[in-house]
Design a protein around this ligand. Structure first.
Ligand code: SF4
Ligand code: SF4
Length: 301
């Protein structure tokens, strides 16, 4: 039987997240809880309903179609009682206006591959390929490996974005099928990492050492989060650690608020709603500090 995974988006014609023109496959579920995440619909390991009342026409087809009595009538459109909602998606199927959308659908490897291969000529002409992201794509290891192998069997360049917070056994089995690993080192202080993300930085750094030992092609990525890690000492220490391990490329990813609306559509609070992006001058200082140790540093990625 074909392996299937829970996919919440496939984006075509991206020029980020790896070289050339790429298609990005977003897998659902993540072991971390970054409060600035620009894909909040990626974090849960199950499908989730997004409701955009600004698009609601008031037709009430969703109300009649919900088997759980979870559709609510609000003054500004039809909403959802999230305690009752089972994320079955019946209302989204009936909603023609785009006011209701389910994030996360099971897809088999051949289904995803068929979509990806439509753009194979663009990949070939641009030196691009396919990138698995999320969420944390390696949290669905069987599917991720099967998809990467299928892509490679068609000669496609493959990249994986990972937070590194997975067992080494998973990284080790994925590694041969990934042309490039985009690896997050979000902080250098285990206490800050645990307190904010709920994760074990030691696991992430040990996995990174093992990837270095295995000779994997790795680009380090660090989000620059105002008030959390936008500090020359922290960024300098991350760059120095990466350099010591023999890695050359560091992408610094400036904080932005582009995913803010999705928090509203999911009915979630957005702790960074009022946080201003870093200034150009601040970004340049952080970039220069990271580059001082000999890393090739890119702002963005
Ligand atoms: S089906 Fe869509 S447009 Fe119609 S009432 Fe429900 S949310 Fe609004
Ligand atoms: S996803 Fe299913 S349970 Fe939730 S509101 Fe829509 S129809 Fe009802």
């Amino acid at each position: 039987m074909d392996v299937s995974g829970l996919v919440f988006d496939i984006q075509r014609f991206s020029v980020h997240d790896g070289p050339g023109i790429r298609s990005l496959v977003f897998l659902k579920g993540c072991p971390l809880r970054c409060p600035w995440c620009c894909n909040p619909e990626s974090r849960a390991f199950a499908a989730e309903l997004l409701v955009d009342r600004t698009c609601c026409t008031g037709c009430r087809r969703c109300l009649a179609g919900c088997p759980s009595g979870a559709v609510t009538v609000e003054p500004d459109g039809l909403g959802v009682d999230r305690l009752r909602c089972t994320s079955c998606g019946a209302c989204a199927e009936r909603c023609d206006s785009g006011a209701r959308r389910l994030a996360g659908r099971p897809m088999t490897v051949p289904e995803v591959l068929a979509e990806l291969l439509r753009d194979a000529p663009f990949f070939r002409n641009s030196g691009g390929g396919v990138t698995l992201g999320g969420g944390e794509p390696l949290a669905q290891p069987e599917f991720a490996e099967a998809l990467l192998r299928a892509c490679r069997s068609h000669g496609l360049h493959t990249a994986v974005e990972t937070c590194g917070h997975v067992p080494w056994s998973v990284l080790d089995r994925i590694r041969p099928w990934a042309s490039l690993i985009l690896y997050d080192v979000k902080h250098i202080d285990p206490a800050a990492y645990l307190a904010t993300l709920g994760g074990d930085l030691g696991l992430v750094l040990t996995n990174l050492e093992r990837l270095a030992g295995a000779g994997a092609a790795v680009t380090i990525r660090t989000p620059l989060i105002p008030g959390w890690n936008d500090d020359e000492e922290i960024i300098g220490a991350i760059a120095a650690r990466a350099r010591r391990l023999g890695f050359c490329d560091l992408h610094l990813l400036p904080f932005h608020r582009l995913g803010q609306t999705k928090y509203d559509l999911l009915g979630l609070p957005h702790p960074f709603r009022e946080t201003a992006p870093l200034t150009e001058a601040r970004l340049r200082r952080l970039r220069d500090r990271a580059a001082a140790g000999g890393m090739r540093v890119t702002l963005g990625g």
